[in-house]
Ligand binder design. Structure first.
Ligand SMILES: Cc1cc2nc3c(=O)[nH]c(=O)nc-3n(C[C@H](O)[C@H](O)[C@H](O)COP(=O)(O)O)c2cc1C
Length: 182
């Protein structure tokens, strides 16, 4: 395992992937991380749909007007779903699961990108969640939060620039209004 500080410094969104598929072991490791995500009251309101079929990935990549095309080139798309009937904080729980997936992916030396679905629209103004729901037979009771596109990195991106950290967003003791807009 990499040092955690190094892992979060090096993790950048990957939007270009090679054609190499993931191994079953890699997929299992990633899904174990998802299923170990902390959730409010341990309600675990998430469900995950795994898509590897190229034709389905191509269709999934059209789920938004823009910034979803990268899905077509990934090896695995994990569609993260939440059940509002199971938890009133399903958005938080599914967001945490999405990040757990991304960190595990990075730790495996693979790349990923979060594609936002909730509150987004397709090119013909269909809600993105509805588009994904129809494509993947998702029951009405479940909401679609995100698609995490995963694969072997076909691009190297520079690590986080520590010089650009927004320290003004950190307030010591009480909120310092003077730091707003700095
Ligand atoms: C909630 C959320 C939604 C995002 N939606 C998209 C998206 O739809 N398409 C995309 O290409 N990247 C998306 N991203 C990735 C961000 O653009 C990216 O994390 C941000 O620019 C910082 O870059 P980095 O991840 O390389 O550090 C999303 C990230 C988050 C956390």
């Amino acid at each position: 395992m990499k040092d955690f500080q190094q892992l979060i410094t090096n993790r950048r969104s990957t939007r270009k992937f090679t054609d190499e598929p993931l191994s079953p072991e890699q997929v299992e490791t990633i899904m174990k991380a998802a299923l170990k995500s902390p959730a409010s009251k341990s309600a675990n309101p998430w469900q995950f749909v795994l898509v590897e079929n190229k034709e389905v990935l191509e269709k999934l990549s059209q789920c938004k007007k823009s910034s979803s095309k990268l899905i077509a080139g990934c090896a695995l798309a994990i569609v993260v779903l939440g059940d509002p009937m199971t938890s009133d904080v399903w958005i938080e729980d599914t967001s945490i699961a999405s990040v757990m997936i991304q960190l595990q992916v990075e730790d495996l030396g693979l790349g990923s990108c979060w594609v936002q679905i909730r509150e987004r629209f397709t090119a013909d103004d269909t809600p993105s969640d509805e588009y994904v729901r129809v494509l993947l037979d998702i029951p009405l009771q479940l909401q679609v939060l995100s698609v995490i596109a995963i694969g072997h990195k076909a691009q190297e991106r520079p690590p986080f620039d520590e010089e650009k950290l927004q320290w003004e967003k950190i307030h010591i003791g009480k909120f310092n209004i003077n730091q707003l807009g700095e």
